[in-house]
Design a protein around this ligand. Structure first.
Ligand SMILES: N[C@@H](CCC(=O)N[C@@H](CS)C(=O)NCC(=O)O)C(=O)O
Length: 214
């Protein structure tokens, strides 16, 4: 299998970390959807977005959630980080959706700041995104009452939230620190020490420049 995208993208990184927890070997093409790489990324995804995952038979999957869903079927229900059915599955999917939604809004606000001319940044939109980011992560923090979100075992909710939390802290350190999400900090620190998280450490690269100090 070949994963398309860099670990500065939290969506790519959550796929890579999941592959790591499943002990699935993969190659990687470190392409960014911005700048000169764009035409190359478009070959894998007509939207020119990452991640994409090229399977061994040549089929290409896109969207981190859909890719992870396929990895779950490959690894089987006993090891899958998202339960196959029932309330636990619904809980994990809901938590992942909130983490993804909050991160989507964080990224939207970053794009607004960094891809628009300064005089065209629309502050009410940025404020709306920031509110959704804060509400989403604070809600997640309130749901984490033990070591793991669901059923006393690590799930995709833990993996995705930790990846996205680490990304958010990197991009908006002051804004995120003011949220006082100590449960997410603890989860993130615990998972940061695991081999799959360390193997997919974000490096230098363009999105690093997309950071805000507010
Ligand atoms: N919902 C998508 C989001 C993927 C995404 O936003 N990727 C970013 C990189 S962090 C991207 O490709 N951005 C370029 C673009 O949207 O044009 C997923 O979960 O895979």
């Amino acid at each position: 299998m070949k994963l398309i995208g860099g670990y500065n993208s939290p969506y790519v990184r959550r796929v890579a970390v999941t592959l790591g927890f499943y002990d699935m070997p993969f190659a990687r093409e470190d392409l960014t959807p911005f700048g000169d790489d764009k035409p190359e990324v478009r070959k894998y995804n007509p939207l020119a977005r990452v991640p994409a995952l090229v399977l061994d038979d040549g089929e290409t999957l896109i969207e981190s959630g859909s890719i992870i869903d396929h990895l779950d079927t490959m690894v089987g229900p006993d090891r899958a980080l998202t339960p196959a059915s029932g309330p636990a599955r619904r809980q994990v999917l809901k938590l992942v959706s909130i983490a993804s939604g909050a991160t989507d809004k964080l990224v939207s606000a970053l794009y607004e700041h960094h891809l628009r001319p300064k005089e065209m940044v629309y502050r009410p939109w940025v404020d709306m995104c920031d509110r959704q980011v804060r509400d989403g992560f604070q809600w997640l923090d309130s749901q984490l009452t033990g070591d793991w979100f669901v059923a006393d075992r690590m799930s995709q909710a833990d993996v995705t939230t930790a990846v996205f939390w680490q990304f958010a802290l990197g991009k908006r350190p002051n804004f995120m620190a003011r949220m006082n999400c100590s449960n997410l900090d603890a989860l993130s620190e615990r998972l940061a020490g695991t081999a799959p998280f360390q193997a997919a450490a974000p490096g230098e690269g363009l999105p690093k420049g997309l950071a805000l100090d507010t």
